[in-house]
Design a protein around this ligand. Structure first.
Ligand SMILES: Nc1ncnc2c1ncn2[C@@H]1O[C@H](COP(=O)(O)OP(=O)(O)OP(=O)(O)O)[C@@H](O)[C@H]1O
Length: 400
C-alpha cells in the first residue's frame, strides 16, 4: 500500500535526515516509526504526503509514485494527525471535523452528518460537543477531534505524528485503547510516529526502530522485544523488555490449568479435593467460585452450590495479553484468574502466577530460537499484518 524505495532526504544544510530507506506498509496495517529525537521519523512521514520531497528514491502509494500526484489531490487521500492538533479556533468542533468533506465539495448537510458520525466514533457525543469551540475542550478531547477530522473523508491512509504526545499518561493510554478499537473497525493503512517504545509496541502491527536516518529493525512487536536485531535496538527497547513483552504475549489455551469444577445446581459437596473450585452454570459459563473451607463449614444437607458460590470478577477472554492478566490479578488481589472463550463465554480454565511466568518464558524462548526476523529488504517483507500485534488482543474490561 505504501512503499518506500531507497528514499534519501538530504536538507540543503547537508543534514542527511533519512538515508536509503526501503520498507513497505501493507493495506490495513499499522506501522509505528519509533526512535530518538532527530532520527528522521517525521521527515519519513512528511515525504508521503509531499510536505517534504525526497532527494532521491521514490514512494509509491497503491503502486502510484506520489511525486506524480498533485499534492493537494494527494493530501485529500491521506488523513494527517499531528501533536498540536491544529484545529481552527474560530470553527466549532463539528465544522472542524467537516473541513475536508467541505473541501471535497460535499453538500453541507452530508458533510455535517458525516462529521457527527465520526465524532461519535471517537467517543465524543456530537449533541454535547459538536457546537463547542476547540478552547472549550480538554487536550484529550482535542486529539479525538483531530482523529475524527483526519478520518472524515474516509481516506485509505492515515499519517499520525505523535498524536497523543501532548496529553498526560493516563489520558494517553485511554486514547491509545480507543484508537486501537477504532482501527479494528476502520482498518486504515497507518504510519504512526512516536518516540515512546511502549506506545510503538502497543499500537503497531509492526514497528520500524530508527537509528540515525536508517531503520535498524522492522518487525512485529514481540520480535523486536524478544530478539533485538542490534545492540542499538536492545538498548533502545530497554533492559525491561521482558516486562514489555507481557503486553504483546496473548494468553493461550495451553497456559491454562484445570481446577475442580462444580455446577450451580449440584448439591453442596463436603470436599472439593482442592482449596477452591470453579462454579459454572448449566451452559458451562463461568459463574463464580467456591471455597473448600466455606463448603466444609456450611456443610448443611440439602443446600446447593448456588447458595454458597461467590462471584468471580477476575476473568479475561482467551487472547487477552499477559499484562492484562497480571493487572487483573493485582487489581482483584487474586491468586488466579478465570479465562473464558471470547464468543460464547464458555469457561476454559484458570491462569495462575506460575503459569503466567511459564507463558512469558515460552514467548521469550520461542523468539530467541526460531522466530524469523524480517530483514529490511523489500523482497522479504511480509504483507500480512502480524497476529502478534497488540491490536489482536484488545483491551477488555474485567468485570461483567
Ligand atoms: N528543514 C530542515 N533543515 C535542516 N535539517 C532539518 C530540517 N528538518 C529536519 N532536519 C533535521 O533532520 C533530522 C531528522 O529530523 P526529523 O524531524 O525527521 O526527526 P524526528 O525523528 O521526527 O525527531 P523528533 O522526534 O524530535 O520530532 C534532524 O537532525 C533535524 O535536525
Amino acid at each position: 500500500m505504501i512503499r518506500f524505495e531507497q528514499v534519501t532526504k538530504r536538507y540543503p544544510d547537508g543534514t542527511t535526515a533519512v538515508d536509503d530507506l526501503s520498507f513497505e506498509v501493507a493495506e490495513g496495517e499499522l506501522v509505528t516509526l519509533v526512535g530518538p529525537s532527530g532520527c528522521g521519523k517525521t521527515t519519513t512521514m512528511k515525504m508521503v504526503n509531499r510536505l517534504i520531497e525526497p532527494s532521491s528514491g521514490r514512494i509509491l502509494m497503491d503502486g502510484e509514485d506520489v511525486s506524480s500526484v498533485n499534492p493537494v489531490e494527494l493530501r485529500r487521500r491521506i488523513g494527517y494527525v499531528i501533536q498540536q492538533v491544529g484545529l481552527f479556533p474560530h470553527k466549532t468542533v463539528l465544522e472542524n471535523t467537516a473541513t475536508v468533506p467541505h473541501l471535497l465539495g460535499w453538500q453541507r448537510a452530508k458533510a455535517r452528518t458525516r462529521a457527527a458520525e465520526l465524532l461519535d466514533l471517537v467517543g465524543l457525543d456530537p449533541s454535547v460537543y459538536g457546537d463547542r469551540y476547540p478552547e472549550q475542550l480538554s487536550g484529550g478531547q482535542r486529539q479525538r477531534v483531530g482523529v475524527a477530522r483526519a478520518l472524515a473523508a474516509d481516506p485509505p491512509v492515515l499519517l499520525m505524528d505523535e498524536p497523543f504526545g501532548a496529553v498526560d499518561p493516563v489520558v494517553r493510554e485511554h486514547l491509545q485503547n480507543e484508537f486501537l478499537k477504532l482501527q479494528s473497525q476502520v482498518r486504515k493503512t497507518v504510519l504512526f510516529v512516536t518516540h515512546d517504545i511502549e506506545e510503538a509496541v502497543r499500537l503497531g502491527d509492526r514497528i520500524a526502530v530508527y537509528g540515525q536516518g536508517r531503520i535498524e529493525q522492522f518487525d512485529a512487536p514481540a520480535a523486536v522485544l524478544g530478539t533485538p536485531a542490534t545492540p542499538y535496538v536492545a538498548d533502545f527497547v530497554g533492559a525491561d523488555r521482558g516486562l514489555k513483552r507481557l503486553s504483546v504475549t496473548p494468553i493461550e489455551e495451553s497456559d491454562l490449568e484445570q481446577p475442580p469444577v462444580v455446577h450451580l445446581d449440584d448439591p453442596l459437596p463436603r470436599e472439593l479435593g482442592a482449596r477452591w473450585a470453579v462454579v459454572l452454570d448449566s451452559a458451562g459459563n463461568l459463574h463464580g467460585w467456591l471455597s473448600a473451607e466455606h463448603a466444609r463449614a456450611a456443610g448443611s444437607a440439602g443446600s446447593t452450590v448456588r447458595e454458597h458460590a461467590r462471584r468471580m470478577d477476575a476473568w479475561l477472554p482467551l487472547g487477552a495479553s499477559l499484562k492484562q492478566a497480571f493487572a487483573t490479578m493485582l487489581q482483584h488481589d487474586a491468586g488466579w484468574i478465570a479465562v473464558i472463550d471470547e464468543g460464547p463465554g464458555r469457561f476454559l480454565g484458570v491462569l495462575t502466577p506460575a503459569k503466567l511466568h511459564e507463558a512469558l518464558r515460552r514467548s521469550i524462548d520461542a523468539d530467541a530460537q526460531d522466530v524469523p526476523r524480517t530483514a529490511v529488504e523489500l523482497d522479504s517483507i511480509s504483507t500480512v499484518p502480524s497476529a502478534a500485534g497488540p491490536a489482536s488482543s484488545d483491551g477488555r474490561g474485567i468485570k461483567r
